[in-house]
Design a protein around this ligand. Structure first.
Ligand code: NCD
Length: 357
């Protein structure tokens, strides 16, 4: 048996592993293949992916470069299965595929698929692998992407799966674009090492924070501050992972005093789509909003991030400030996703070589 061979593992044994133990089973030959959890990415991978995203971004600036990129994967087709609402993740994956010349198919509503005829979600998803060479999926069920990666590995078409958001659990590619944004923002300040990152908002149900908190544990001396009302604080499983990784973290509900010490502030919206109908809101997060007057409390070289969509957590007037990074962050998502897909299909080296010519 190859080391970490998903196709040789039974479901129950695999399912029982911890998230860190599972991570290596999603790789193939030491590279990311299925991208399911943030735990698959160590520092070396994050740096490699960031430089590849930058190479793609630069190559894409010329017509010849764009034509070269579009010749990389025209022989592969991507399926985007998004049964939860999405604008940015869906469109940036579509654009990333288009950059690499990959044709794209989509299902965005189970009401238009055979699931309404009683087909199981697993059969539906497996059907996609009959026609496509890669599956990008967003789902409100945590764990389905992982299950499908296992199902595919046991089928005769083990096409790669990318998790584009699984329930309240993980959103690894958002965390990759967040890291890429931080890498670029701190390029002239010694990188991400030693920085203080402040997370604000609904940290209990915000999957982007859960994935990013883990990726940040790959860097030296990063301090993580989780600022939220107690009922929306980050879940104990994440704090436990951070504790075991020796990360300096702090939990608080005092937004105002967290601002001046931050190198990056990561705002999030309330995730009230998870509330039961008629349920009383878990908390009012109005005082966890970034207003114009907060700009002067913020360091001159700090950055403000948000995975978007936003509601009122960041005042629109803040957008004009050069430290407001969220629109650039969004565009970074397209480059990092193109880099990830190029890497999955082994096109990374040829793209790096093009840069050298
Ligand atoms: C996030 C998500 O879907 O988890 N959106 C995104 O992908 N940029 C954040 C959110 O919905 O609040």
């Amino acid at each position: 048996m190859k080391q970490f061979d998903l196709s040789a593992m039974g479901w129950d044994a695999f399912h029982a592993l911890s998230v860190t133990e599972k991570a290596s089973y999603f790789d193939l030959d030491g590279r990311p293949y299925n991208v399911i959890v943030a735990q698959q990415f160590d520092r070396a991978r994050l740096e490699e992916l960031g430089t590849l995203a930058t190479a793609i971004r630069r190559v894409a600036k010329t017509e010849d470069g764009m034509a070269f990129l579009a010749r990389q994967l025209p022989h592969k087709r991507a399926m985007l299965y998004f049964t939860q609402p999405s604008s940015r993740t869906f469109l940036s994956f579509t654009a990333a595929c288009q950059i690499l010349g990959m044709p794209v198919g989509e299902v965005r509503d189970t009401a238009t698929s055979s699931e309404v005829k009683g087909e199981s979600r697993e059969d539906s998803v497996r059907t996609f692998s009959s026609y496509y060479d890669m599956l990008v999926m967003r789902e409100n069920l945590g764990g389905l992407a992982e299950k499908m990666a296992w199902v595919f590995a046991h089928s005769d078409r083990p096409v790669p799966i990318i998790n584009a958001g699984s329930g309240k659990d993980q959103h690894p590619t958002q965390a990759l674009l967040d890291i890429y944004t931080l890498q670029r923002s701190f390029e002239n300040r010694g990188g991400i090492d030693g920085k203080t990152i402040v997370f604000v908002g609904d940290l209990l149900r915000g999957r982007t924070v859960r994935s990013l908190a883990w990726l940040l544990a790959n860097y030296r001396g990063v301090r993580q501050r989780f600022v939220a009302p107690p009922s929306l604080q980050v879940a104990p499983d994440i704090l436990d992972l951070l504790k075991r990784a020796g990360v300096d973290y702090e939990v608080s509900d005092d937004f105002e005093s967290a601002i001046p010490g931050a190198d990056a502030i990561y705002m999030t919206r309330i995730q009230d789509e998870w509330d039961q109908p008629g349920q009383k809101p878990l908390a009012n997060i109005e005082r966890f909003s970034f207003r114009v007057e907060h700009l002067q409390r913020m360091r001159a070289d700090a950055v403000l991030l948000h995975p978007f969509p936003r509601r009122q957590e960041i005042a629109v007037e803040v957008d004009r400030d050069p430290r407001a990074m969220y629109w650039r962050q969004m565009r970074n998502g397209m480059w990092i996703r193109a880099a990830l897909i190029a890497e999955i299909f082994g096109r990374d080296q040829v793209i790096r070589d093009y840069r050298k010519t």
